[in-house]
Structure formats: structure tokens, C-alpha cells
Design a protein around this ligand. Structure first.
Ligand SMILES: *Cc1c(COP(=O)(O)O)cnc(C)c1O
Length: 353
């Protein structure tokens, strides 16, 4: 099991989530930037780290110093990694050979896999620790997309066979993201790389009902709740407007709650029309534009108390009226984008449940 903790663990806090993933039995952690690897190493995490993306030549020394396992798929890049490994006087440094089977992002083509595997070994200091590919549409319920994933898997197997035929051990073979992990046990091979399901969201395009219909038992609950407090309750008189651009004007006297959270925290302006902020279980709409650091909710005539908790999204237990998935659906994006863009300024508080 390789758990994706890239992008600050999809916004949840990389170090804490990495520790929990390892406690739960993860063998590998996946990151996308060298800085993310350094953060985990500095926190004392010793598990193997897979770099899902590429790094730059200037970062190669940090890659090796921090024992990060890169994806390699061309000779130039393999040589850069090898040079850094030699400089550090290291040997048998594992790299994973990435195969592009239809994602069109990174990887070599299956027919080039054996040559590249040979090249990796010929450096004398690198070893082929594994082979991987990434699915482009495994989260789509459409039949033709299922067939596309099957073709990707077939091409991946072909690449593995080519490497084996060259007399090279392909190492740990892995291809499954969350959607494929849930649904395609026959594609699991030696390791799976789930991300979004670990954080409690169903793959985009395959909600809970999809798995119920398929009789696949999965019960996911969002991990993150985005919470703040009502810092001020202010009367707004009929005819007064709220926030930049006065896009909202009070039709009658009302009260607003001021929340210290805005787009610089990851609460995008485009969320405003869809947000329903929960205070003591009741939903209140955001009025006017979300500012950089603040936004306002309309609390009407309700006796909302200053310093009350206000929940922007989260699982039901958090008191939220919306989940990140619902906000994503309403704004034409995916849960990944809602959670991973919550910025570092927002404190992550971890509670055991
Ligand atoms: C992000 C990522 C994953 C995890 O994807 P999910 O859809 O979150 O499960 C797996 N593999 C690679 C290469 C990735 O970039």
C-alpha cells in the first residue's frame, strides 16, 4: 500500500496523515515535490517515499539525500539521478520505471521499457525498484472508459513482460489509484496507490450509489471539516450592502456574522453562491463576495452567539450542512481541489474519532 500524501495530504496535513497512514499499515508514501519529501524526513518519517512527479536537476542532491524514490522514464533523467547517487557514494538506489499507457503525462511507451530498464541498470548505481503506470479514466462509470482502463492495464502488463523478457526483475509493479483500488482487484499487482479515498471521498464520477449498485462494500466518511468562529455579529440595515462590489443589498434589517476566513485560506470566491455555513447545525448563506481574509453570513433574526463555531464543510458529525464533495459538485470541480487548496494559514487540528 502506497498512500498519496502529496499536496499536504490533499490539504489535510502531510506529516500527521503520513504518520497515521504508516500506523495503519502503509508501506510507501507518495509525494509530488522534493520539498514535500524533506518535510516528511524532517518529521522523522523513514518510510520509502515515491516521487510521482519529476524534479529539476538542482534538486537531485536533495532527492538522494532524502532517500526519495523517483519515477524515471528517459535516459537523460536516469543519468541525472545516477550522477547524484554516485556523488553521494550510494549504490543500489531504487528507481521506478514509469510507463505511459494512456495518461499522456509522464512515462515511456511500453515498447521502450526494456531498453530503459537496461539503461537504468547500466548506470551501475541504480536498480529497478519497480514499474508503474497511471490510469486516466478509472473513475468514470462509462463503459468505454472501463475498456480504456483495461487497455491501459494490458499495455502495462506488456511493458512488464518486455522487461522480464530482457532478463530484468521489474520489482514492485503498481498502477491502481483510488477508483481502481476499489473496483479492480485484478489490477492490484504488487501495490496500490490510493489517495482521495483515504481522505474519505468517493472517486469523482463514482459516488456511494455506484458502489452500492455494484455491490462493492465501501463506506467512506470525509476526514476534513473546515471550521472557524463567528468573530462578530453586526446589524445590517435595510438598503445597506455587504462586501466588495456591493453585490448584495439587505432587503430588510438583518444581522450578519463575520467569519475570519477568505479566499487566501482556500475559500474561493466562486464558492460564495453555494456556501451554506453551519452554526449550531443551522445553515446560513454567505452574503456578498468572499474577501481575501473574511466573509459574512446572514444570520437573520436568529440569536447566533459571537464566538460560536461556524462550519463551512465537513462530514455530518462536524455539524456541517455541506460536504466538500457537494461544494465541488456545485462549483464544477472535484473534492480534491476543494481540500488540497486550503492554504497553510489554516491551522490543522487533529482529533481522534
Ligand atoms: C495522485 C496520484 C494517485 C492517487 O490518486 P487518487 O485518485 O487520489 O487515488 C495515484 N498515482 C499517481 C501517479 C498520482 O499522481
Amino acid at each position: 500500500m502506497c498512500v498519496a500524501v502529496k499536496a499536504n495530504a490533499y490539504g489535510h496535513g502531510a506529516v500527521e496523515c503520513a504518520k497515521i497512514a504508516l500506523e495503519c499499515g502503509a508501506d510507501f508514501l507518495a509525494i509530488a515535490a522534493i520539498s514535500e519529501g524533506i518535510e516528511l524526513r524532517e518529521a522523522g518519517i523513514q518510510a520509502p517515499l515515491l516521487l510521482l512527479s519529476l524534479c529539476q536537476p538542482e534538486e537531485m542532491d536533495d532527492l538522494v539525500e532524502n532517500d526519495i524514490t523517483p519515477f524515471v522514464f528517459d535516459a537523460d533523467y536516469a543519468d541525472l539521478v545516477a550522477a547524484a547517487v554516485k556523488k553521494a557514494e550510494r549504490k543500489n538506489y531504487p528507481v521506478h520505471l514509469a510507463i505511459d499507457t494512456g495518461m499522456g503525462r509522464i512515462g515511456c511507451y511500453p515498447e521502450d521499457a526494456a531498453n530503459l530498464a537496461r539503461h537504468i541498470i547500466s548506470t551501475g548505481c541504480l536498480e529497478l525498484g519497480g514499474m508503474c503506470t497511471h490510469f486516466a479514466v478509472s473513475d468514470s462509470p462509462a463503459e468505454e472508459d472501463d475498456a480504456y482502463t483495461a487497455r491501459q492495464f494490458a499495455r502495462f502488463t506488456e511493458a512488464i513482460e518486455n522487461v522480464k523478457a530482457a532478463g530484468i526483475n521489474p520489482g514492485i509493479c503498481h498502477c491502481c489509484n483510488s477508483a481502481a483500488t476499489l473496483e479492480k482487484p485484478e489490477y492490484h499487482l504488487d501495490m496500490v496507490r490510493p489517495g482521495i479515498i483515504v481522505y474519505g471521498y468517493y472517486p469523482d464520477g463514482k459516488p456511494r450509489t455506484y458502489y452500492e449498485e455494484k455491490k462493492i462494500s465501501v463506506d467512506l466518511k470525509p476526514v476534513m471539516a473546515l471550521m472557524t468562529k463567528v468573530l462578530s455579529i453586526r446589524p445590517i440595515k435595510k438598503g445597506m450592502s455587504v462586501s466588495y462590489g456591493h453585490t448584495w443589498t439587505a432587503k430588510e434589517d438583518t444581522m450578519t456574522g463575520v467569519l475570519p476566513i477568505g479566499y487566501a485560506d482556500g475559500l474561493f470566491r466562486r464558492l460564495a453562491p453555494h456556501l451554506q455555513v453551519a452554526v449550531k447545525g443551522k445553515a446560513y448563506p454567505v452574503r456578498g463576495r468572499i474577501c481575501m481574509d473574511q466573509c459574512m453570513i446572514d444570520t437573520g433574526n436568529d440569536p447566533v452567539e459571537r464566538w460560536s463555531d461556524a462550519v463551512l464543510f465537513g462530514p455530518e458529525e462536524s455539524g456541517a450542512v455541506l460536504t466538500a464533495q457537494e461544494l465541488a459538485d456545485a462549483t464544477g470541480t472535484i473534492s480534491y481541489e476543494i481540500t488540497s487548496t486550503i492554504t497553510k494559514r489554516v491551522p490543522r487540528v487533529f482529533v481522534n474519532q
